[in-house]
Ligand binder design. Sequence first.
Ligand SMILES: Nc1nc2c(ncn2[C@@H]2O[C@H](COP(=O)(O)OP(=O)(O)OP(=O)(O)O)[C@@H](O)[C@H]2O)c(=O)[nH]1
Ligand SMILES: [Mg+2]
Length: 167
Amino acid sequence: MRILLMGNPNVGKSALFSRLTGVNVIVSNYPGTTVEFKKGTMRLGEQWVEVIDVPGAYTLEPTTKAEEIAIEMLKNGDVVINVVDATNLERNLYLTLQLLERKIPVIVALNIWDEAKHKGILIDVERLEKLLNTPFVPTVAITGEGIKELVSMLSRLCSVKAQTKRG
Ligand SMILES: Nc1nc2c(ncn2[C@@H]2O[C@H](COP(=O)(O)OP(=O)(O)OP(=O)(O)O)[C@@H](O)[C@H]2O)c(=O)[nH]1
Ligand SMILES: [Mg+2]
């Protein structure tokens, strides 16, 4: 099982990656490129899953090498955690909508939730979930707020995915 952390540049993907994974992190270059990514593991109930910190992307219609690689990685992922900047939701949801068109399960981490609150930005999480038909979890990667909820949602999606893979 492979979990992909995907999202725009500078939204907290790597901060979330560190929260989710342990010490055995490998940094590699994508074959034939200078684009780096990190790979780690995390325990989800009974199973160990791979977590990948995918290079930042604004769109799945690639305009940069990093975006090309993000799209390549998407082909071999099982579940996407789409990390979005809650203070900049509109711009970030552009990629979310493109991800949702793919056949892969997506959880949206509404990261930088602390700053959004601080700025008085109100986000109707339930309404977003209903509109886009996918789970949204508010998170603050730098403090760990919401990580428990994110992991439990991830557990749920991964067990469904594991069942469909077997059957
Ligand atoms: N206030 C706040 N800052 C955050 C949060 N998550 C990440 N940051 C900060 O946002 C900046 C970017 O975080 P990264 O984890 O490097 O973001 P990234 O998406 O991996 O960035 P790239 O790899 O450059 O695309 C850092 O300064 C983090 O400390 C959060 O939930 N709240
Ligand atoms: Mg990063």
